[in-house]
Design a protein around this ligand. Sequence first.
Ligand SMILES: [Zn+2]
Ligand SMILES: [Zn+2]
Length: 241
Amino acid sequence: MGVPVAGGFYKEGLIPDPRNIRSRCSAWIQQDGFSLVIDIGPEFRLQSISAGINQLDAVLITHEHMDHIAGIDDLRMYNYVQKNSIPVYTTPSAIKSIKTRFHYLFGAERYPGSTRVSFHTIHSPVQIGPFTITAIPAKHGSLDIIGFKINDLCYLTDVKELPKESLSLVEGAKVLILSALRWGPKHPTHLSIPEAVVLITKLGVPEAYLIHMNGQTKHSPSNKKLPNHIKLAFDQQTIYL
Ligand SMILES: [Zn+2]
Ligand SMILES: [Zn+2]
């Protein structure tokens, strides 16, 4: 979630620790000169500048909610500089939704100079640059979404539940990045932090980072309560694998 929320409500307690100030969730993954991003939310432009993402070879999208796709317009500068369209890997439902909501990017009426993407769905493990990428089906309330296993890393956001077949896809990962909305109460479409801890323990992943927390979730006190191998992530954090 974006923290503080629009309007700056409840921001006072957050300001003393910059790790409490959170952009919408996204991850930039690089290896051997290949660069991909998972989700492009409304702050993608600012995040890309802070992180120095000056090349983009692929985009993976978990689902069609606006906090994960609203930055699609800003891909156009990569089209312009790289002189190519950007491959986007996601679900059939997200493709349909993006084409409806961003109708001016597609078809005969495509607005000149706007973002150019080419869509791909992932049914079985695919090789994208140096990465072997597997889609991990997940439930976000009633919505079917996907996370990704990228070599030894798993990225799962906006998860409420992992179906049985997805548990075995995550097992063996060295690092898991998983969403958790708040300590409590439970939420119908997002894992709470205690629910995420139970899931991580069940999966046996040795290192995990929580993302997508709300403004009531403070960084340092939360980390003190969490098991040693689970930490809240923070904006612009770097993880080496
Ligand atoms: Zn969502
Ligand atoms: Zn979200």
